[in-house]
Design a protein around this ligand. Structure first.
Ligand code: ADP
Ligand code: MG
Length: 711
């Protein structure tokens, strides 16, 4: 068995299962090995029946079957299997539903470790459908039982079995890729050891060591890819932009720049003109400002200056929606200034695309706005002077690498609406010069935020109706696209020692498609309800956004695709379903989608989570309105994962593969990962030394995988 063998080569995985796995990003045996448990059931503490805490939590008992299992039909299609089991202190009634075949398993006198909730009916103790493992002499039962994130069609048993098969061959399958120096410095266990023990931990300490090792791995490769790009972007020269008179543009604006905007633009223009010699040190600057602080105009004015001096400028954004929106507002400005502005995205028709590429190549186009289609092969600029990326960290690692390639010897400007905590931003953007937009345009009103639970549903629906009747639009954001029976990994609740309740149905999450349908059919049949999510075609998405902005759609049910930058001033209500599932920074971004017009706006976070930490986090949203404070708190509470990808469905397959470490709020580990990465790159920038060969190939595999996940 090899790491890269197709998952279908495993015994028991036929075409049907293979498809299920593939749909969820698991293609190879190695992918399965990296499908980590989301929790562990603590089955190690064995209770005696007499000591049952009766606390409604599941516990372990070692019991011997004392009566022959009897099956009975309780109603059509539902049978029940019943028997008694005992230990030295008492006995229990055990039942299973629709599993009569278990008769063969629970023979009288056989002993099992049962794990389940004990209840009392009248005077009898009962357990319903407990998990069970046979007690076999000389075989130790593991105290911690992994619980895997599931997806349609695949159950725990199957995953455990398959992972067991893979683990049996582990030693021939994975090699240690970290240099000894790093292992020693960080005091990490070996990769095979960590992989084995994250799936079958013999105890908590070993599990913790494995989690630490694998978290470090994720962070380290993330750090490597980021640092590599940064390294390459170092110190290029770029053409001088001598004429930085932007009065014409300023005269076009219907408003005055805020002081913060003026300062940022001043800094940018200074970079562009440099010391006035024909080639100056290339600008390498990031503009960071909260949602709605007005970064776009900084970008467009910078582009104006560059184009005015005869060079081309490119603005690259992470989604088509955003590209269209920027294009439709900025084209007007550029037209008025006598400069040409064009749009290029993945859904630009081939013929049109060829024509646009022609015009970029022969220099007719001054300013080009687009998605990562801008950096695809075949895009040749005549005189590129400036590359701007919006929300750069949302692009895949490979896109960023290409971008770096394309932007040699040009000025580079990065904009981030995600107020990334300074510690992180330093690591990600490193030595970029920073322009901070720390004030909002005047007249911005605070978006009042409320946290409610399911009991408010009716009132909430009334409120939606009221907003629509007043002529406003409403966003409803759901954590997933389509209904899956899968338990979407709740990263925040990830706790290695969480006790998983067998039959507790996790809080159901709302899915955009299903929920939109439900609202349309039952609650708002008279209103226009639509859904939008990242899996729709670019064109389709744009049409929906335009319809929404123009008022043809009243209520837009979506995933977080609307998170980045979209502007619909007349939207006054943002509802976030299962709000506990989102990162704080994400919620803050979402909240920024409303309150962009003249009317009072609201953000309502719906959550029925009883988790104390979830409640605490939502309370932060209710009371804190400053993006930086929120981001810092988010990093503290949730770890760095949320800062790197917007769509949870993308997140799972992982632009950065931050799966474990995204919950690792251990920023020291993050720092160390960056330190180690920088250290290695400083000695071997291209990772071509033989001792780094494994690192390099692993990095490439990750990059390949990432390339699949964006847009
Ligand atoms: P973001 O920083 O989130 O990208 P935008 O650039 O999209 O923010 O700006 C948000 C809104 O604020 C836009 O409608 C823009 O026209 C408006 N805006 C920007 N700067 C100012 C200003 N100085 N005064 C008034 N409105 C402004
Ligand atoms: Mg923006």
């Amino acid at each position: 068995m090899k790491f890269n063998d197709k998952i279908g080569t495993l015994r028991g995985v036929g075409p049907k299962y293979e498809k299920c796995f593939n749909q969820n990003g698991i293609y190879t045996v190695g992918d399965l090995l990296y499908h980590f448990p989301r929790a562990y059931q603590n089955r190690g503490d064995i209770y005696r029946i007499i000591d049952t805490p009766m606390d409604f939590f599941p516990h372990s008992y070692i019991l011997t079957v004392g009566s022959e299992p009897k099956a009975a039909l309780i109603r059509r299609g539902m049978s029940i299997l019943k028997f008694r089991a005992f230990d030295e202190t008492g006995s229990v009634n055990i039942t299973y539903f629709n599993q009569n075949y278990l008769k063969e398993v629970f023979t009288i006198g056989s002993t099992f470790r049962f794990w389940g909730k004990m209840t009392r009916e009248k005077r009898t103790l009962c357990m319903s459908s407990p998990a069970y493992e046979p007690v076999i002499p000389n075989k130790r039962l593991l105290p911690l039982t992994p619980v895997y994130p599931l997806f349609n069609g695949i159950n725990q048993k199957l995953i455990s079995k398959l992972i067991g098969e893979v683990l049996a061959e582990l030693d021939n399958m994975v090699d240690e890729h970290l240099p000894d120096s790093v292992l020693d410095k960080m005091n990490l266990c070996s990769l095979p050891f960590a992989l084995k023990n994250i799936h079958t931990p013999p105890n908590e300490n070993t599990l913790n060591a494995s989690i630490k090792r694998l978290s470090f791995d994720e962070l380290f490769f993330f750090a490597l890819s980021v640092s590599q790009i940064k390294n390459e972007a170092q110190q290029y020269m770029a053409p001088c932009i001598p004429d930085t008179d932007i009065t014409d543009y300023l005269n076009l604006l219907p408003y005055e720049l805020t002081d913060a905007q003026a300062r940022a633009i001043g800094e940018i223009l200074l970079d562009l003109s440099g010391d006035g010699s024909p080639f100056v040190k290339a600008m390498n600057r990031i503009v960071v400002g909260d949602v709605g602080s007005g970064k776009t105009v900084c970008a467009s004015i910078a582009s104006y200056a560059v184009c005015k001096n005869g060079y081309q400028a490119a603005l690259m954004v992470p989604t088509e929606i955003l590209a269209n929106q920027h294009y439709s507002s900025l084209k007007k400005d550029f037209d008025a200034l006598g400069l040409s502005c064009e749009l290029l995205t993945g859904s630009t028709p081939a013929r049109e695309k060829r024509a646009i590429l022609q015009r970029i190549e022969n220099g007719e186009t001054d300013f080009i706005i687009g998605t990562h289609a801008l950096i695809q092969d075949g895009v040749e600029f005549a005189r590129l002077g400036l590359v701007i990326t919006d929300e750069q960290h949302r692009f895949g690692v490979r896109q960023r690498a290409r971008l770096a390639e394309k932007s040699k010897n040009v000025h580079v400007l990065v904009m981030s609406a995600t107020p990334i905590p300074r510690t992180l931003s330093l690591m990600i953007y490193g030595d970029l010069d920073l322009s901070l937009i720390d004030t909002m345009p005047p007249g911005r009103k605070r978006v009042d935020t409320f946290v409610v639970d399911e009991s408010y549903r009716q009132r909430l629906n009334k409120f939606i109706r009221k907003q629509v009747e007043e002529g406003h639009r409403v966003y409803i954001v759901c954590p997933s696209v389509e209904e899956k029976e899968s338990d979407i990994l709740d990263f925040f609740d990830y706790n290695p020692f969480i006790i998983e309740d067998n039959d507790k149905t996790a809080i159901k999450t709302k899915a955009a498609v299903t929920y939109a349908k439900e609202l349309k059919e039952t609650v708002f049949p008279d209103l226009s309800v639509e859904f939008i999510h990242g899996k729709l075609e670019g064109k389709e998405k744009d049409k929906i956004m335009v319809d929404f902005a123009e008022g043809k759609i009243d209520i837009l049910v979506s995933t977080t695709v609307i998170e980045v930058g979209v502007n619909v001033p007349n939207a006054t209500l943002m509802i976030v379903e299962n709000a506990e599932r989102f990162g704080l920074s994400q919620l803050h971004q979402l909240r920024g989608r409303v309150g962009r017009g003249k009317d009072k706006s609201y953000c309502i976070l719906v959550s029925s989570s009883e988790n104390e930490k979830s409640k605490e986090r939502l309370e932060i949203m209710r009371t804190v309105y400053d993006g930086y404070t929120i981001a810092e708190r988010d990093l503290e509470m949730r770890g760095p994962g949320d800062f790197f990808s917007s769509d949870p469905s993308i997140r799972q397959s992982g632009e950065t593969n931050l799966n474990l470490s995204k919950t690792c709020s251990d920023s020291e580990l993050l720092h160390s990962a960056f330190e180690c990465a920088r250290d290695i790159l400083s000695r071997d920038r291209t990772l071509s030394l033989p001792e780094n060969a494994l690192l390099k190939s692993k990095l490439n595999i990750i990059a390949e995988k990432n390339a699949k996940t964006i847009n």
